[in-house]
Design a protein around this ligand. Structure first.
Ligand SMILES: NC(=O)c1ccc[n+]([C@@H]2O[C@H](COP(=O)([O-])OP(=O)(O)OC[C@H]3O[C@@H](n4cnc5c(N)ncnc54)[C@H](OP(=O)(O)O)[C@@H]3O)[C@@H](O)[C@H]2O)c1
Length: 442
């Protein structure tokens, strides 16, 4: 990238790029653009020129030429000499207003903003369509991992039935440490914070908001329908205990925070999609179980393609910038060719199923009185809600008796109601652990 020209081997006029935000991701976008100017220009077929970089505090950005820095992001996106806008500010506003203004004035847009896409993707796509420009957002889900373009393009000929992934590195680091060391959630979070994996306010990661936004984006692309963050059933990892992790280990599982998007066809033929984010036990033999540290991985099941897995670094400045640059090259090529890439595909217009209707399985660990008839009483609570038990095991005797049950698949509402009933039984002293089980048979 050259700020002042050059960088392309053809005689084509340069394409001018405005960068909004120069933080963790934006600073790496600038570094890679400058370091690879010649190659990028050659790949696009025209030089890419940085027209300006909008930030809040210019004095903090000594490595960016001073005459490119501006605090007037609105002025920058509306400039007539800008062709492409990259948004890496984050959050809803002013990012939304800036992107809408950019597209209205004919610029193609690249963004890493999952929160905005999951909240207001429909308005952004409509603006792109009306102005005939591109809206690309590969970096918004799973950082460096090429995932959205494969869903949008490579798998456009298939029917995706399920997307299940680890899409938040912070929570994966915490759960991996709990699994490896037996640490409590609090201890593992402290370690993640000290290492810079968790932010000072970890709410967005720990409570599953970040993963929910990504789940909404993935479901929309996979099933050709509109899903927003508010549709996503969300549970975080704050209540996962060392005992849950130990229970998982005892049945050959590990605990992961999963974003699960599935398409279900009811008996009458009506299709619906479900999107949920929650901690779940998965068998150690499942490919996602081996995804440790802060890595991300997404498992996709296509009717024709079968099972696919995408794995890599889901965050960090350089990995995320790699995805941003891939999008930049794509939209620059489109612009040069006078075409638009694939726009929104939401024709299927599917109902989003509430969690209560979603088929799930539970692992339940109960501290029970060790006396005759307990098992029958407990089994009756399951039967009352039509939930069938897959395995049951008793650990310990007397005061220490624990019943560990794994159910077959049932609607989540029936499983939740069973747990409520179990809580009220005299023979159940405490419900030690309840977690959903994924990735095995039904
Ligand atoms: N960090 C990651 O690993 C990662 C991974 C995937 C996706 N993303 C997404 O990438 C986006 C950026 O994340 P980040 O981690 O790079 O954020 P960040 O480090 O907080 O950087 C934000 C940048 O935006 C600038 N900014 C904030 N408000 C502004 C305004 N009103 N006008 C102009 N500039 C403004 C800031 O300027 P100052 O520097 O002057 O304060 C800063 O340079 C987010 O949407 C995030 O979800 C991040």
């Amino acid at each position: 990238m050259s700020e002042r020209g050059g960088g392309g081997r053809s005689g084509a006029a340069p394409l001018r790029v405005a960068l909004l935000g120069c933080g963790v991701v934006g600073s790496q976008v600038v570094r890679l653009l400058r370091g690879q100017a010649g190659d990028l220009g050659a790949r696009v077929g025209a030089p890419l020129q940085l027209a300006g970089v909008a930030v809040r505090r210019p004095r903090r950005h000594q490595d960016v030429p001073a005459d490119l820095l501006t605090t007037d992001a609105h002025g920058l996106v509306e400039r007539s000499d800008v062709d492409i806008v990259i948004e890496v500010i984050g959050g809803l506003e002013p990012a939304r207003t800036l992107l809408l203004a950019a597209m209205k004035t004919g610029k193609s847009v690249v963004t890493a903003n999952k929160a905005l896409l999951a909240e207001d993707g429909a308005a952004l796509h409509a603006a792109a369509r009306e102005s005939g420009v591109d809206l690309y957002y590969e970096a918004s889900v799973a950082g460096a991992i090429p995932l959205l373009r494969p869903l949008r393009e490579s798998l456009a000929g298939d029917r995706i039935s399920r997307v299940m992934g680890i899409v938040n590195g912070t929570t994966n680091y915490i759960l991996s440490r709990m699994d490896e060391t037996g640490a409590s959630f609090g201890e593992a979070l402290e370690e993640a914070t000290a290492l810079g994996y968790a932010e000072a306010d970890p709410t967005s990661d720990v409570d599953g908001f970040d993963a929910a936004a990504k789940g909404a984006i993935l479901a929309g692309l996979a099933f050709h329908t509109r899903v927003t963050a508010s549709h996503v059933h969300r549970e975080g990892i704050g209540e996962v205990t060392a005992a849950d992790v130990a229970s998982a280990r005892a049945i050959g599982c590990t605990v992961k925070l999963l974003a699960i998007c599935d398409r279900v066809v009811a008996a009458g033929g009506a299709e619906s999609v479900g999107v949920r984010v929650h901690p779940a036990m998965i068998p150690r033999s499942h490919p996602l179980a081996g995804v440790g540290d802060a890595f991300n991985a997404v498992f996709v099941e296509g009717e024709a393609a079968g099972q696919l897995m995408f794995y890599g670094r889901g965050a960090g400045g350089a990995p995320t910038a790699s995805a941003v640059l891939g999008d930049l090259v794509a939209v620059a090529r489109n612009r040069l060719a006078g075409v638009r890439g694939a726009g929104e595909s939401a024709y299927a217009d599917l109902r989003v199923r509430p969690i209560g209707e979603t088929p799930t399985r539970y692992h339940i660990s109960l501290d029970v009185a060790d006396r005759p008839g307990v098992l029958a009483t407990v089994a009756l609570a399951f039967a009352d809600h039509g939930v069938s038990i897959s395995t049951v095991r008793q650990e310990g005797r007397g005061e220490d008796a624990t019943l560990v049950l794994v159910t077959h698949t049932a609607p989540d509402a029936a499983l939740a109601a069973t747990v409520d009933d179990l809580r009220r039984l005299d023979v159940v002293r405490e419900i030690a652990s309840v977690l959903r089980v994924e990735g095995g048979g039904g």
